[in-house]
Design a binder for this molecule. Structure first.
Ligand code: ATP
Ligand code: MG
Length: 437
């Protein structure tokens, strides 16, 4: 026998429509805001679908309700039984007149931040009380967009024949260079948190040909910027019998798809964030490293061939190319050991960065599939092939030509939301100075 709980809801806020005029409903959620106009009180009740106005007219409700509503405060968790009433002036044209209110839990007052967002608080103050901060409209919109984007990514990759895999996050050797590794104590040994699924996803093309992974990546980033986290989610693909150009096409079509889906499904959220998504045309522009060096020279910034592009120079490029574009043909020495040098010009690699204005969204390229060449490249980058012996053995098991990329999910969410600080698009961000909550 199931017990009857009087707080059990019958409807979510968004299910209440003016056509339900006169119906009895039970709603549950949190007090978002209260306005007292003397003879009448307006209470906004938030639940996971949005909010609804609970109207308390003094001369229409019981004395009990009036008394109880005097004590209600923002973020109190309540359940409201009441009658739906059509009301043109209320948000969405409908309100609920309460017949009983149950207080399920009171929030401690005063709250450390204003959840209506009318009095904005500094990001560090908000992140310290992140669970409360996430109740505000803006984060609610951001994380719905993040959810929708992830759904669209999975749908697209799955439809295009990729299977989702999960590779270890506790690993024995570095993939992207030793400097940004987090060591962990692994029983009696030292291990590291994975910086990327790179080596595993490459090996898996032997068995599954087209794989993707959406999982955390860890980087001990010393630089404190608005686009770097110590823990971020990486969307990775790897594809057999493919070269850089093939996976660039996957990337641009995927981004177009995600932009389209989010702009169609998340209209309300985008309105809250005052952001408009422009669905990009494909193909994206492809600009070579040599070309950007020339563009930068014309803009007064000198970069010698083979040098990396510093952030201020990227900002200039962002002005010249104000949307999505690829930078291709990077010097081999600027790319990781597993990226394939061109056969005709080994100083240039079959690699690309996918940019959005001045921000890097993804990196990828054709991979080396020849074991001896891979060992040579490791040595050139002062890596010890011995520590990659399990990776190298895969190259004896029929490694096909392959290519892939990694997209930083949070960077993509910044594009989709117009949010400028990456910490806002992660529930509980981790950076050099933040490990809690
Ligand atoms: P950047 O030059 O911006 O530091 P990267 O070239 O070091 O990035 P990659 O190793 O190419 O990064 O990783 C692939 C993608 O993962 C990047 O294009 C970016 O979108 C994302 N990414 C990398 N590092 C971080 C980080 N610390 N925080 C958030 N996203 C990151
Ligand atoms: Mg990169």
């Amino acid at each position: 026998m199931s017990r009857v709980y009087p707080w059990r809801r019958t409807h979510y806020s968004n299910e209440i429509t003016p056509e339900m005029d006169g119906e009895k409903v039970v709603l549950a959620g949190w007090v978002k805001d209260i306005r007292d106009l003397g003879g009448i009180k307006f209470l906004l009740l938030r639940d996971k679908e949005g909010f609804i106005q609970i109207t308390i007219p003094r001369d229409e409700v019981s004395e009990d309700i009036i008394k109880l509503s005097e004590d209600l405060q923002r973020q109190d968790c309540i359940s409201v039984r009441g009658k739906v009433r059509r009301m043109a002036k209320a948000p969405r044209g409908v309100e609920v007149i309460p017949e009983s209110i149950i207080v399920l839990n009171r929030a401690k007052q005063p709250l450390p931040i204003d959840i209506t967002g009318k009095t904005p608080a500094d990001i560090d103050v908000r992140l310290d009380v992140r669970v409360l901060d996430l109740a505000r409209d803006e984060p609610q919109a951001i994380f719905r967009i993040r959810h929708t984007a992830l759904e669209a990514i999975r749908e697209f990759l799955s439809k295009n024949g990729f299977i989702e895999v999960h590779t270890p996050k506790i690993i024995a050797t570095a993939t992207e260079g030793g400097a940004s590794l987090f060591p962990v104590i692994y029983f009696e040994r030292e291990a590291f948190l994975a910086q990327s699924p790179q080596l595993y996803k490459e090996q898996l093309v032997i068995d599954f040909e087209k794989v993707y992974e959406i999982s955390p990546a860890f980087r001990a980033e010393k630089s404190h910027t608005r686009r770097h986290l110590a823990e971020f989610v990486s969307v990775d693909i790897e594809m057999a019998f493919a070269v850089a150009e093939d996976v660039m096409e996957v990337a641009e079509r995927l981004l177009q798809h995600v932009c389209r889906v989010v702009s169609e499904k998340c209209k309300r959220e985008l309105e809250i964030l005052k952001h408009k998504i422009i669905v990009p045309e494909v193909p994206f522009k492809r600009i070579t490293y040599d070309e950007i060096i020339n563009e930068l020279r014309e803009a007064g910034v000198k970069i010698n061939w083979g040098e990396d592009v510093p952030t201020p120079a990227f900002r200039i490029l962002g002005k010249l190319h104000p949307y999505f574009y690829f930078i291709v043909d990077w010097p081999t020495n600027l790319k990781p050991f597993y990226i394939k040098p061109r056969d005709d010009k080994p100083e240039i690699s079959e690699s690309f960065d996918l940019m959005w204005h001045w921000i890097e969204i993804a990196s990828g390229g054709t991979r080396i599939h020849d074991k001896e060449l891979l060992i040579k490249r490791m040595k050139e980058q002062n890596l010890n092939p011995e520590s990659f012996k399990y990776h190298l053995q895969a190259f004896e098991f029929g490694m096909p030509p392959h290519a892939g990329w990694g997209i930083g999910l949070e960077r993509l969410i910044m594009v989709l939301t117009g949010i400028r600080n990456i910490r806002e698009v992660v529930l509980f961000p981790r950076d050099r100075f933040r490990l809690v909550p």
